[in-house]
Design a protein around this ligand. Structure first.
Ligand code: E4P
Length: 217
């Protein structure tokens, strides 16, 4: 399963990219607004750091506007993937855009039914929001596993991006549930990389080594 970072913060992207584990980045209007910078500039800078798909979302709510925006944003860089919100307008836009060779990430997907529709419309990527479902007492990961089974059984080419990830266990569950990608906030990525036993082990190795060096004189 590939790992994406779910952020528009360049420092976070630079750091995780330096670990050699990053396959792509997803942004959304809230994440970009948080940075307070020009959208196009932020996306261009992310594309300079990461050689993989970078999702940029449309703001329009009607299909014509989505298609127009997507045409413009997909020209920013060859790695830009257009994020389109789920719904009748989104489905219509995705089917036109994918037909034109513009890759789309159907976002705000909360059910396997929405996921199946996204796949039939030809979306390259489908993003079920796991954490937001968990927040309302629905098992978000079940949407991922059901959709993964449907895509596999009917040989549909869309890739699942497990989104709205809240903690490290979500990432492992997403992998075991058949997600092709998990898009992960920086804070969760930091938790994934560390373990108290690793820290304790390094401390012990270093202090044993210091004692050994001291003894040798
Ligand atoms: C997905 O691409 C979204 O940007 C993101 O995962 C939403 O997560 P949230 O529920 O933490 O806002």
């Amino acid at each position: 399963m590939e790992l994406y970072l779910d952020t528009a913060n360049l420092d976070e992207i630079r750091e995780v990219a330096s670990w050699g584990v990053l396959s792509g980045v997803t942004t959304n209007p809230s994440l970009v607004a948080k940075e307070g910078r020009d959208f196009r500039t932020v996306i261009a800078e992310i594309c300079d750091i990461v050689d993989g798909p970078v999702s940029a979302e449309v703001i329009s709510t009607d299909r014509a506007g989505m298609i127009r925006e997507a045409g413009e944003k997909s020209g920013w860089h060859e790695n830009v993937v257009i994020k389109i919100p789920m719904g009748p307008e989104g489905l219509a836009a995705v089917s036109v855009l994918e037909g034109r060779g513009i890759r789309c990430n159907m976002t705000l997907v909360f059910s396997a039914e929405q996921g199946l529709l996204s796949a039939r419309a030809g979306a390259s990527y489908i993003s079920p929001f796991v954490g937001r479902l968990d927040d309302i007492g629905v098992d978000g990961m079940e949407v991922v596993s059901t959709l993964a089974e449907i895509l596999e059984r009917y040989d549909l080419g869309s890739k699942i991006i497990a989104a709205s990830i809240r903690h490290p266990a979500h990432v492992i569950d997403a992998a075991l549930s058949g997600a092709h990608i998990a898009t992960i906030p920086y804070k969760v990525m930091q938790k994934m990389v560390s373990h108290p036993l690793t820290d304790r082990g390094i401390e012990a190795f270093l202090s044993d080594w210091a004692r050994h060096s001291g003894e040798k004189g």
